[in-house]
Design a protein. Structure first.
Length: 457
């Protein structure tokens, strides 16, 4: 038994390691599995506001969790309403999704949230919900509820009204153009709260639910001192057909002799001067950021139940110029769209062409210098080679004897080594290029051939 115990312990350890690896793999698969998200869109595809919000949602979700599977259900509440429609819609949602699982529900605008509020548990069980686009959201609606958080779509009407009175100090009348839908009424309630604080300074005129031609007729009669605040989701024409928010705005702004301000970014560039605007793309992105935290494992009940909308001061350059509003009068960090490019950008073609010509000229000059340098280098190299050849020829004719040469003082022979001696002429010829020719000097001639006695040393 004592020999088997270590083997048993080894088996236990191996089994434990395998189980631990299996658990870790299971956990890893759970956190990295493809998430499924359902977007309940209150309206229809093509409605600018909700389309912007959905785009912000998609971009943020897929940037953080690229494998997320997103499905959009359009509830089409702009074109349909009433108890009968509501009942059939709930039946349709129950039929479509009673056997479907989603990791999270995202709702846009009030109608979709109202559906979740009333039927969410029946339709989607305990699936966590993140909402956005709910106008002036009443936080008490979340009392006692769990698994729901969102972004409040609350326009900054007070900031925009203060801005109007700063930019147009002679304003005496503010005209409100809106629709009379549920959304229009909710926005009007928020506007009235902001306007109540300014009634001692200006009067307010509420034009709600008029036809397109009626709006145009009234707008054309406005005089300086009036300013329009526009937040209509739609306007009906004389035939009862709906004109989109931006198309109606375009017509009204074109006919208006006074500035038009708004509350939503999707109207910017379509006829409003600007204001503290609610950007629905950023609004959707903020909601998606909450969704990402939930999908990554954070407890939804630990998040703030309602977060404010990221509104910004935004303006249209064309409208600013039309009504003589200086950019220096705008709030700091204001965003201005349709602003013409500066001098450098406007003349970018000419500037880039000039720079290209100058660069080409500089390149040509450098090339010419390089060619000339190569020619000069060749000339100097040839001269150096010629000089080198001359030196080699001169050196080839010279051999230098260095050191002390042992010479016999009598016979003038040179000692080659310890035993050998060599005639000086032969030694010098051997070690240099010098050649010897023999003759006789006058002194030696007299000493040897004249019969005179040689001088005694």
């Amino acid at each position: 038994m004592t020999r088997m115990w270590p083997l048993n312990r080894l088996l236990y350890v191996l089994v434990g390691v395998c189980l631990l690896g299996w658990v870790m793999n299971a956990d890893g698969a759970d956190t990295t599995a493809r998430k499924k998200v359902l977007i309940l869109n209150s309206y229809h595809s093509g409605y600018k506001g909700s389309d912007d919000a959905v785009e912000g949602i998609r971009e943020t979700l897929l940037r953080a969790l690229p494998e997320t599977e997103i499905q959009i259900e359009y509830l089409d509440s702009k074109n349909n309403s009433g108890k009968e429609f509501d009942g059939k819609l709930i039946d349709l949602l129950r039929f479509k999704y009673q056997k479907r699982h989603f990791d999270l529900i995202l709702s846009t605008d009030d109608y979709a949230f109202s559906v979740i509020e009333a039927h969410g548990a029946d339709l989607f069980g305990a699936t966590p919900v993140v909402f956005c686009g709910t106008n002036s959201f009443d936080r008490s609606r979340l009392t006692g509820k769990h698994g729901i958080v969102g972004i409040d779509e609350r326009p900054s009407f007070k900031a925009t009204l203060d801005l109007i009175l700063t930019l147009h100090p002679k304003t005496s009348n503010i005209v409100v153009i809106r629709d009379d839908s549920v959304t229009g009424q909710l926005n009007d309630m928020e506007f009235r709260k902001a306007a109540e604080q300014l009634r001692d300074r200006v009067t307010f005129s509420d034009w709600a639910g008029l036809r397109m031609d009626e709006f145009i007729t009234r707008v054309e009669k406005l005089h300086p001192g009036s300013v329009i605040v526009y937040f209509a989701s739609f306007v009906q024409d004389e035939n009862g057909d709906r004109v989109s928010s931006n198309e109606a705005l375009r017509r009204i702004s074109t006919a208006s002799p006074v500035p038009v301000y708004g509350g939503w970014e999707f109207n910017l560039g379509k006829g409003i001067v600007g204001g503290r605007l609610l950007n629905l793309r950023e609004h959707g992105a903020a909601a998606a950021a909450l969704a990402v935290r939930v999908l990554r494992g954070e407890s939804i009940d630990a998040l703030p139940p309602v977060s404010p909308s990221p509104n910004k001061d935004m303006f249209d350059y064309n409208e600013l110029r039309r009504f003589g509003i200086a950019q220096g009068e705008l709030p700091a960090d204001s965003i201005i769209v349709n602003k013409p490019p500066g001098y450098l950008w406007s003349h970018r073609v000419e500037i880039l062409s000039t720079i290209s010509v100058l660069l080409l000229l500089a390149l040509t000059m450098s090339f010419v210098k390089l060619v000339n340098s190569r020619k000069n280098l060749q000339i100097h190299r040839d001269a150096l080679m010629q000089r080198n050849e001359e030196l080699e020829k001169a050196l080839s004719k010279v051999k230098v004897l260095e050191g002390i040469i042992p010479v016999c003082m009598y016979c003038k022979k040179v000692r080659k080594d310890e035993q050998s001696w060599q005639q000086m002429e032969s030694y010098i010829s051997q070690h240099t290029e010098a050649q010897f020719s023999h003759g006789i000097c006058p002194t030696c001639f007299d000493d040897n051939f004249s019969g005179k006695k040689p001088k005694q040393l």
